[in-house]
Design a protein around this ligand. Structure first.
Ligand code: ATP
Length: 218
């Protein structure tokens, strides 16, 4: 279990906070809007009313105790940047910041924060990928064109083995596991019999994963 602080309880900040709580972590939510702080006081571990641009007020919150602080103030770039500076002054090491514009991103990249997030762009890319490859239920980019993808086995008349799916690409595409309801079969062999609705977790280069995608068309 880790402890996180989320500054700015707008849609992005509160969604992230509630998911972290759901995952078993503790979350302090901070907002200058007292109505929002009150609204989420029972759902989050604690909520605080504070103007994140106020250096002295921020110094009193012991934010360096958090495993990570997420700055989820997007609209007001000045407030977001001042908040980051205040966190740096307090010795917070792991700072994640939501950026709303290119200028915001450029300045944040000079402030040496741990991660700059563009929720709309990142979500837009994921939605486009999902529309492009509807058989892919989830994916993770490993960088340098390598991905881990989760693909659902379609209903087919003829039985399918793992070999049917990755035949011809065995050296580059690896099946990490097959998920079947609550069961997990790790690194199954090529003769593994697949059933409709099985979820295959495959890793490999993007262009080869795209090549085998038609074999899994629903
Ligand atoms: P979302 O899309 O997540 O709703 P947004 O970019 O539209 O975000 P913002 O106006 O950036 O929303 O604000 C997000 C939250 O940050 C709001 O609840 C706002 O009250 C809070 N906030 C803005 N400025 C400060 C500040 N200086 N200190 C603390 N909280 C702030």
């Amino acid at each position: 279990m880790a402890h996180f602080t989320v500054i700015g309880l707008g849609r992005f900040g509160i969604t992230t906070s509630l998911e972290l709580i759901h995952l078993g972590h503790t979350v302090t939510g901070i907002d200058s809007d007292e109505k929002l702080a009150e609204q989420y006081s029972t759902e989050l571990t604690q909520t605080l009313i504070c103007d994140a641009t106020d250096e002295r007020a921020m110094a009193e919150l012991s934010l360096h105790d958090s495993d990570a602080v997420l700055v989820a103030i997007g609209e007001d770039m000045q407030a977001s940047l001042l908040c980051v500076l205040n966190l740096k002054n307090e010795g917070v090491q792991n700072i994640w910041v939501k950026a709303n514009s290119k200028a915001h991103h450029t300045i944040l990249s000079k402030l040496d924060v741990s991660r700059i997030i563009h929720p709309e762009e990142e979500m837009g890319v994921r939605v486009a990928q999902a529309l492009n490859y509807p058989m892919v239920s989830d994916y993770l980019s490993l960088g340098h064109g390598h991905y881990i993808v989760e693909v659902v086995v379609p209903q087919t008349k003829s039985p399918m083995t793992l070999d049917t799916v990755i035949n011809g690409y065995k050296d580059d595409i690896h099946c990490l596991m097959v998920k079947r309801k609550h069961q997990i079969h790790c690194t199954p062999d090529m003769a593994f019999q697949l059933k409709p609705e099985d979820q295959l977790v495959l890793s490999g280069p993007r262009e080869l994963l795209v090549k085998i995608a038609p074999r899994l068309k629903h």
